[in-house]
Design a protein around this ligand. Sequence first.
Ligand SMILES: [Zn+2]
Length: 327
Amino acid sequence: MEDMIKSLREKKKAISAVLIVLAVGLLALALILSFPASKSGEKGSHEPGTDGIYKTLEVHFLDVGQGDATLLICGGEAMMIDAGSNDSVDYVKKYLDGQGIKKLKYAVGTHFDSDHVGGLDEILSDFEVETLMVPDQERDTKSYKDVMKNKSKAGKTVIPKVGDTFTLGDATLTVFAPARNDYEESNDYSIVLRLDHGEDSFLFTGDAQEESEKEMLAAGLDVHVDVLKVSHHGSKKSSIRQFLEAVVPQYAVVSCAKDNDYGHPHAPVLKRLRILGAQLFRTDEQGTIVCYSDGHSPAWNKDPSESWQQGRAPEKTEDDGAENKAA
Ligand SMILES: [Zn+2]
């Protein structure tokens, strides 16, 4: 009897061992099968989830000369961050048409300088805008008045607060600035947005300057991202060393005109980016630049610029932020 029990126990042990080996084997097989699928799986057709497959996010940094206009597309939804000046609005509208865009889920005017919102009134007229996002800033300028005249054409207007989040496809955007509505410099009113798409991250800074950058750092906001839209066209009034050292961008994009009046981008900013090992893209040299994110690593439609050449300006001191033409 005892022998029988002993042999039964041993049999059970043997069966358990076999089951454990089988389970471990199956788990390993599942891991092997799932790993390449999440790395090279087809794009744009799955919901985000534990499988790590994301809809493609496209970020188009439009060449609008001296100004900013960025088009984001993800999961069939589109959004603009700034719309360039009046001079470039035809190019922006044609570009949106070329992408088959009729509707924008969000249109953001980062702040009311004409090189960011000059074209926004026409975007509000010609495209269906669900939500217009602008800072709590008043200006006595034509650009400001034009946007105010057309803002009722948007479904609604929102003044975002730090910490607010919203989605575009399966990307999440978080508001990082402005924290106040009483800045001295118009540029510091800039709406700053962090975008997260899987493991890829972006920071869109508008023209935020030193004061806003210091506030973001003091608030402990996580500004560490893969792709930085360099603030204020590469001006040295922005991109202070501590800020860039917190961002540590792998890629940096400067939007400015060739031989612009301000000498953007400025040498100290280029030097800081270069020391941090960033790859630089710039619209003055490369025209419109597109970044594609699959949620794992950003890819670009162009090779990075190798020039590291500061902007060449006519003999003149920088005095932006003081007038309507402010860059
Ligand atoms: Zn600007």
